[in-house]
Design a protein around this ligand. Sequence first.
Ligand code: HEM
Ligand SMILES: [Ca+2]
Ligand SMILES: [Ca+2]
Length: 298
Amino acid sequence: SEAQLSSTYYDKTCPNALATIRTSIRTAVSRDPRMAASLIRLHFHDCFVQGCDASILLEDSSSITSEQNAGPNKNSVRGYSVIQDAKTQVEKVCPEVVSCADIVAVAARDASVAAAGPSWTVKLGRRDSTTASFNQAENDIPRFRDGLDVLISRFASKGLNAREMVALSGAHTIGQAQCFTFRERLYSNESDIDAGFASMRKGSCPKSGNDSVLAPLDLVTPTLFDNNYFKNLIQKKGLLESDQVLFSGGSTESIVKEYSESSSTFKDDFASAMIKMGDISPLTGSQGQIRKFCSVVN
Ligand code: HEM
Ligand SMILES: [Ca+2]
Ligand SMILES: [Ca+2]
């Protein structure tokens, strides 16, 4: 008899929670448009490690080995301070009521809306962990060199099917990636990369050069949450190997094609899949705690 998340969870205890978070996220995205992408990714990397429990926000301490230093996160995940800023505003109106985990989930939705992506009703009532798992962050978060079968099984182990995985990967319709994440794909003489696209990207990502130079994950509409990501894949212009592998002769090709032809199908499925991802093993009831500061256990 586990407690369920509910969209009305704070209606009585903090009626202004959602409006307060929204204002905070809108301000952050208007200052730095890329933050919309970064906040969606932050929720993903939280939920894939111990569930959606704000474990990713905990910093190193005597009792915590931070997930922030794990391979997929280090010098890569952004937005920690944006979440803390929203938490600070929420604490002013309702101290010690709203979890950091819920703020991350709401921020991801508000970020999607800010980038002209879909909206959805966020379920609430997650509590914050008192632990983090560096090892799970190393082992469970998908990697950019993963093949299709590995990707499918990683998502399956979190309760998400292949169609949901393809929809969620559509988050790469916005945001940026560093050179080291796609360099091998550019120089490996693969047949599944468009030659013109490869030579364009080689310009700013030479064989031996600055690893951290950025390129847009969607070359056509990098700040707009649309279905162009899927059109790119059909043209062999996916940036990461883990992007292109979704349209490379495997079982997910028909889903990519479907999303490339219907923006509304993609957006509806993305919203549903984000709700399902937000449901990954939440702490509820008396489990965990409501942190006072998102980066430390009370
Ligand atoms: C399918 C497996 C996935 C892999 C292997 C993957 C990998 C990556 C990598 C390597 C980057 C660039 C990081 C960097 O260069 O610092 C990135 C960026 C990003 N990822 Fe994913 N990702 C996956 C799925 C997802 C999902 C499910 C979401 C969200 C629902 C997501 C959202 C994003 C966003 C929005 C960015 C851009 C972030 C920014 O600009 O700050 N990704 N991803
Ligand atoms: Ca987590
Ligand atoms: Ca786009």
